[in-house]
Design a protein around this ligand. Structure first.
Ligand code: MCN
Length: 814
């Protein structure tokens, strides 16, 4: 099952782009050869451990480090008072109404969430550092805490930052409120929902880690760290630590997954770097899993009320959304963008909706900061949209697939301007829906659903017709929206004298297979064999500049930068070839790496031979410099908007709440696929995470802001056995916004899956009138929903539950 992999030896330059070539990064990753940050050893290396607030909210009256300092093997113990650097973690995205309270590297007077750093110990051994931290005595005064975003902005809620009046971080809106209200005033039908998009904890294989080394002789600070964007970390950390940017060298070795959790600038990596400078010893810090759970940025955390307005035929005329978004105790680097520009702008989904209004209130809470987590804002948007759409269909008594189809943006209406600012680049939504319907055998399935209900078995079919926005661009627009960074990407293509190639890109892959797909792109552009091309990412000293990997931007933006640089290489090589072939440049044709004089194919030169000539430089055309390498800073015209339809088929046992997958079909349109195997893998991984959110995962804080789900024992990360075998398929609608026509795929599955599953479960439970259950749909949650359903008793639901049939005495569905 699935796409068959092609071995690299079987590739040729004519068909390299679009081939399912095996991932070249896998052999080292699966044989233990790959070096992760925690694998790095340095002579004389010391270890850092962080003392973290045990309370969710507390005044710190004093910190006594004397016992810790006296311990054998302890090199130094430091508190906020010892830090002699600016030391404030910056916010990378500003909004008009945004409050930006200080985020110090170490909490001085107030701890604002469980896990807030208070002191660090540096010691000869990791466990001595950890014991030293335990020996630090903190005099706390515990304070009331709040973790629910909606409660946090209520009057009288404990205030997270004393210097702010309340916990409102921002109050943001998009769309036209008056037009939307008018649509609701005139609506023939409405549907509404209250939902929670629960707080999630990202689970990368490798927790965050840092190895920092200071070289007093050159005043250079070299930091190996788990980063999705080393250049951005360099720029930000340079300010936080007051180290000149050119003296700061950041390297992201193999990073065992990131999922958004390794984008932000945290205190810890900067503290390890500060300690390395302070102690003049290499310093390593690796978070424990529990430490990651406490302090790594979390995802989602929305409380939403959504409404849909429809005319008498079920044509959608308006959508109104109000969301409370938890930001945690501090604003993480890109946090303000996630529940605003990455959320409100996607609320039109695949639908032609004339009026939308969305208001988001961001709330400070006594919990870990929230930032991008695979999907970042878009899963929250599409979950709300697709739950509302499903309820809209139900309100109209229409088939959910046909209700979607009726409201899709028509294929001849692209580019499509939505009422929430963004313009979709290209799309054709019906073929993806049709493929998915065919794959699940929809008509038969509905019949079988009826038959099974007669037997007291509850099959559910759940739809998710999703849209995604990735490759946020151009930089000018990002700036207008509040980004404190450009969103271009750099690509450097260097053809060596022997014709081999090293290509450098400012994205920083951490599991997505860039070494494979980028080599496919460069090979295709240059006509140089795939195996002759090496890809380098993740090192600020080697790569010109970069914005990193997140937002499924790498193929569309980084890939385009490499394609553009490759095209420039070909342009230059063409001039050299024309000169050496004694022909005019206009007469030179280029195909599969060969420059040939038009009409005289025997007069030709391969680009790899041109490379040799360019470095020999004995016979160059006038005005052309020796060497063959080119750099581009590629800034796309606009976002790209992948889309697709996923369908989940489940059976639900109303007596136990147990959910079993019967099928999961994913049809995705990510434009032309550079490597279909990698695309399929990305979809699989994303769907697995989406199912994790739908059924298992959820961060829980108690009333004292203690993280109850502080380890994998309490936070259920799905295992392989929990994930169904998926059927994947695709349609291909190129984007006009980049030279490759590609759209991103890295987050598609995570964005699509949760609502497919929840829609399937609520579809199964229609006989019990269960219209909504908040995620995660644990057995208990489902069982309770069935038992608490308003009509459970009224129309025979009790009998249905008791005898398991779901059918009332008259034989009708409950
Ligand atoms: N690709 C392709 N054809 C396309 C689009 C993409 O072959 N039409 C390929 C790309 O070349 C790349 C991969 O698919 O090898 C993913 O590309 P893209 O969609 O551009 O996404 P990014 O590489 O920018 O990856 C970021 C995205 C995000 S935002 C998260 S979160 C995420 C994800 O990717 N985290 C991951 N996938 C992950 N996969 C792993 N293993 N680990 C993570 O932490």
């Amino acid at each position: 099952m699935g796409i068959e992999t092609i071995e690299a030896d079987d590739l040729d330059v004519e068909s390299v782009l679009g081939s399912a070539v095996e991932r070249r990064e896998d052999p080292s990753l699966i044989t233990g050869e790959a070096e992760y940050t925690d694998d790095i050893q340095r002579p004389n290396m010391a270890h850092m451990s962080v003392l973290r607030s045990q309370y969710g909210h507390a005044t710190i009256n004093g910190v006594d480090t004397s016992d810790a300092e006296a311990m054998d093997g302890v090199i130094g113990v430091y508190t906020a008072d010892d830090l002699d650097v600016p030391g404030e973690v910056p916010t990378g995205w500003l909004l008009d109404s945004l409050k930006t309270p200080a985020h110090p590297l170490l909490a001085g007077e107030t701890a604002r969430y469980q896990g807030d750093g208070i002191a660090v110990a540096v010691a000869e051994e990791r466990y001595i550092a950890s014991d030293a931290v335990d020996a630090i005595d903190v005099d706390y005064d515990r304070r009331d805490a709040v973790t629910d975003p909606k409660e946090a902005v209520n009057e009288g809620a404990p205030v997270v930052h004393d210097d702010l009046d309340d916990n409102t971080a921002f109050d943001w809106e998009i769309g036209d409120a008056d037009e939307t209200d008018a649509a609701f005033d005139e609506a023939a039908h409405t549907a509404e929902i209250d939902l929670t998009n629960q707080r999630l904890i990202p689970n990368a294989m490798e927790p965050r880690a840092t190895v920092a080394e200071y070289k007093p002789g050159t005043e250079e600070l070299e930091v190996h760290m788990t980063s999705q964007n080393p250049h951005l970390h360099r720029q930000l950390m340079s300010g936080v630590l007051d180290v000149p940017e050119h003296k700061l060298h950041i390297v992201a070795p193999n990073v065992g997954g990131g999922f958004g959790n390794k984008i932000g600038h945290y205190p810890d990596e900067a503290l390890a770097s500060w300690c390395a400078k302070e102690t003049e010893r290499p310093v390593k810090w690796t978070a424990t899993r529990s430490e990651s759970y406490l302090t790594g940025t979390h995802g989602r955390d929305h409380v939403t009320h959504g409404e849909l307005a429809m005319d008498e035929k079920g044509v959608i005329t308006g959508m109104r959304v109000k969301t409370y978004a938890g930001m945690g105790a501090y604003l993480s680097t890109f946090a303000p963008a996630v529940p605003t520009y990455l959320y409100g702008t996607l609320l039109s989904g695949q639908y032609d909706i004339p009026a939308i209004h969305c208001n988001v209130v961001g709330a400070f809470t006594n919990s870990a900061p929230v930032d991008a987590y695979r999907g970042a804002g878009r899963p929250e948007a599409l979950y709300a949209v697709e739950r509302m759409i499903t309820l809209g269909a139900r309100e109209m008594g229409m088939d959910p697939a046909e209700f979607r189809r009726q409201n899709f943006v028509p294929s001849d209406d692209f580019p499509h301007q939505t009422p929430v600012a963004v313009e979709y680049d290209s799309g054709d939504y019906e073929p993806a829906l049709d493929k998915a319907l065919e794959a699940v055998g929809y008509d038969d399935l509905r019949e079988r659903q009826e038959e099974l209900r007669e037997e007291g078995r509850y099959l559910g079919i759940g739809f998710s017709s999703y849209i995604e926005a990735c490759g946020l661009a151009p930089s000018e627009l990002a700036g207008q929206l509040g980004a404190q960074a450009g969103l271009w990407e750099s690509g450097l293509v260097r053809v060596h004298p022997t014709g081999k190639v090293t290509a450098f890109c400012g994205t920083s892959g951490h599991g997505q297979g860039h070494e494979t797909t980028y080599a496919q792109i460069v090979s295709d552009e240059l006509g140089i064999p795939y195996d002759d091309i090496e890809i380098v990412e993740g090192d600020t000293d080697e790569i010109p500049q970069g914005m990193g990997t997140y937002g499924s931007r790498s193929a569309a933006v980084g890939g385009s930068a490499l394609a553009t640089s490759s095209q420039k290489v070909v342009e230059k090589a063409k001039k050299i070839a024309a000169h050496q072939l004694e022909a005019s440049e206009e007469d030179i044709e280029f195909e599969n790496g060969e420059f040939a004089v038009a009409g005289a194919p025997e007069r030709s030169m391969h680009i790899q031979d041109v490379a040799a000539q360019s470095y020999l430089a004995h016979d160059m055309p006038d005005g052309i410099e020796p060497g063959l390498e080119e750099t581009s800073f590629y800034d796309p015209d606009n976002f790209v908007f992948p889309f697709g339809t996923h369908i989940a088929v489940v059976e639900v046992d109303p007596d136990t709440g147990e959910i079993e997958f019967e099928n999961y079909v994913a049809v995705d349109d990510v434009g032309p696929q550079i490597n279909p195997k990698i695309v399929e893998g990305q979809v699989h991984g994303g769907v697995a995470q989406g199912i994790g959110q739908a059924l298992y995962e959820g961060a829980e804080y108690d009333d004292n802001a203690q993280l109850v789900t502080g380890s994998m024992q309490d936070y259920t990360v799905p295992k392989a056995e929990h994930i169904p075998t998926m059927e994947t398929d695709s349609t291909v609608t190129p984007s006009p916004h980049n030279p490759l026509g590609v759209k991103g795929v890295g987050e598609a599955g995570t964005i699509a899956a949760p609502q497919a599953v929840v829609n399937a479960v609520t579809d199964a439970l229609q006989p019990f009138d269960v219209d909504h259950i908040d995620m995660p749909l644990t057995g208990e949650a489902v069982w309770r929903a069935v038992n608490d359903a308003p009509d459970a008793g009224a129309e025979g639901g009790d009998e249905a539950i008791a005898d398991g049939s779901g059918i009332d005495e008259d034989g009708g569905e409950n």
